[in-house]
Design a protein around this ligand. Structure first.
Ligand SMILES: *Cc1c(COP(=O)(O)O)cnc(C)c1O
Length: 362
């Protein structure tokens, strides 16, 4: 069996042990004579998996009891609408910080629901090559909430400090850096993340939301869009994506077994450190456009001297078993996604290839 070095941006690499467990358990889940996919979402077998996934998540992230943890569908894009539908009343507006393509999409969608403001944007100048400083945020003290995207998957930037928003609830799209390290959940009122970057397959989205905020949410919208509905029904209002939740359970169980999020962070910093050091050493050939203090630990973007060389770089890397290196179609260039499941050994193979490629082509 030949597994590749998978640097995909999402869906992305999953821990081999999580997949192997799924393979072992696929035909006969815990002696029940059927796979977990074939079980009722209201039966004992799935209930066990679901509750284990929830409690692992609570334990790994130290989620306080006054927060709901929900497994929803529709991806992070669905949350772009669900957040304002629930939290943006007609007499208020919401603040959005624009740091990349996904935050722009979230902002546009919220604008279809109610009043929105741009609290800061780094689109001007070197397009989205940095995260704004606290002093650049023009925050509305009466805003319904402030929305940020903690990691910008396309542009390779990441917030390394949580912005101070005073009494205004902070909402964060953490799709591409959820669980990359321990965080203080209390700094956020609501966190959402599509699973397919860091914690599982596509099809399930995690929402961590303060209970009082969910309680206060609008009631004049369809029930299916209300966080309250899913909270009151332990995410079982309708049929949840059972297989996706099962795989999330497998991934979280491994994260715990391997030492929890402190260890996950140590591994992630080692991987990104190695890659950025290599880029800096070879800066005559590779160009990393992101400002140093905004560099993402999850998505590392860089350019080569020409687009032709970039194409050759991607093609030759693929021949050597490294996939998923082409940048996003709107940004071009190279993007290396270093999510939790990517091993340091894969990054070592990549940097050796980068050194050889620069020597041959530079
Ligand atoms: C991938 C991504 C999304 C979109 O996720 P979908 O599950 O495809 O809706 C949104 N925000 C960020 C930061 C992402 O990385």
């Amino acid at each position: 069996m030949a597994r590749v070095h998978n640097f995909n941006a999402g869906p992305a690499a999953l821990p081999l042990a999580a997949l192997e467990r799924a393979q072992r358990e696929l035909l006969d889940f815990e002696g029940t004579g059927m796979s977990i996919i074939e079980h009722s979402h209201r039966g004992k077998a799935f209930e066990g998996v679901h509750n284990e996934a929830l409690s692992l998540l609570r334990e790994l992230l130290s989620i306080p009891d006054d927060y709901h943890v929900l497994f929803l569908q529709g991806g992070a894009s669905h949350q772009f609408a669900m957040v304002p539908l629930n939290l943006l009343p007609a007499d208020k507006s919401a603040d959005y910080v624009l740091t990349g393509g996904w935050s722009e999409k979230a902002y546009e969608e919220a604008g279809r629901v109610g009043a929105v403001r741009v609290a800061a944007s780094t689109a001007e100048g070197k397009r989205f090559a940095r995260i704004p400083k606290q002093s650049e945020l023009s925050l509305d003290a009466n805003a319904a909430y402030v929305h940020i995207t903690t990691n910008n998957t396309l542009f390779g930037t990441q917030w390394h400090d949580v912005p101070e928003t005073g009494a205004v609830p902070l909402v964060a799209d953490m799709s591409s850096d959820f669980l990359w390290r321990p965080i203080d959940v209390r700094r956020y009122a609501l966190i959402y993340a599509g699973a397919q970057k860091n914690i599982g397959p596509s099809g399930v989205t995690v929402v961590v939301a303060r209970k009082d905020l969910v309680e206060r949410g609008r009631k004049d919208i369809p029930k299916i869009f209300q966080y309250r509905t899913h909270a009151e029904n332990n995410s079982l209002y309708n049929t949840p994506p059972t297989f996706a939740i099962y795989l999330v359970r497998n991934v979280l169980a491994i994260a715990k077994e391997q030492g929890g999020l402190a260890e996950v962070e140590r591994k992630n910093r080692a991987k990104a450190g190695l890659l950025y050091t290599t880029l800096d050493e070879l800066s005559g050939f590779y160009r990393a456009p992101v400002e140093r203090e905004s560099r993402s630990v999850m998505n590392v973007v860089f350019r080569l001297p020409t687009e032709d060389l970039e194409k050759r770089f991607v093609a030759e890397a693929a021949k050597q078993g490294m996939v998923g290196l082409a940048g996003h179609r709107v940004t071009g260039g190279i993007r290396v996604s270093l999510y939790n499941a990517v091993e340091l050994a894969s990054v070592e193979v990549l940097v050796n290839f980068m050194k050889d490629f620069a020597k041959q082509s530079g």
